[in-house]
Design a protein around this ligand. Structure first.
Ligand code: ZN
Length: 157
């Protein structure tokens, strides 16, 4: 862990974090001054737990679709390959409170949903790999621990 890596999260000591948490992982400024804020939304404790693929996949579809009802400048929400969280990228919104609220509202929408949007072979690349119930469990578990979202490292918790 001595060499500085290009990717911000490769410089994060994953043994020191206390999931779930939401943390700003980077800011990229464009030539016109617009800024993209990238957040690390960590659902599961790295190297201890992970989200099962069908549940993670359904949660991805729902977060991608529902979050845009609560924020007008979302670039992307995408799952981490380690299956412990998601990255969220938003434009020109440096207010972490807005992001916390966005995640809370979106996960509450997940609990209310009675189907996974776009889980068919026309709109998705692996339509057989979904779990609405699994996604709801992940959302509920995350919401139940909302008080700890701003504490990223174990020593702050
Ligand atoms: Zn899909």
């Amino acid at each position: 862990m001595t060499k500085k890596m290009n990717v911000e999260s490769f410089n994060l000591d994953h043994t020191k974090v206390a999931a779930p948490y939401i943390r700003l992982a980077g800011v990229t400024e464009g030539a016109q001054g617009d800024k993209i804020y990238k957040y690390d939304i960590r659902f599961k404790q790295p190297n201890k737990e992970h989200m099962k693929m069908p549940a993670l996949h359904s949660l991805e579809h729902m977060m991608a679709e529902f979050s845009r009802n609560h924020h007008s400048q979302i670039v992307d929400i995408s799952p981490m390959g380690c299956q412990t969280g998601f990255y969220l990228a938003v434009i020109n919104d440096d207010n972490v409170e807005n992001v916390l609220e966005l995640v809370e509202k979106t996960l509450k929408d997940v609990l209310e949903a009675d189907e996974v949007p776009a889980c068919n072979e026309v709109q998705c690349g692996w339509a057989a790999s979904h779990s609405l119930e699994g996604a709801k469990e992940l959302a509920k578990d995350m919401l139940d621990q909302k008080d700890g979202w701003t504490a990223v490292f174990a020593e702050e918790a």
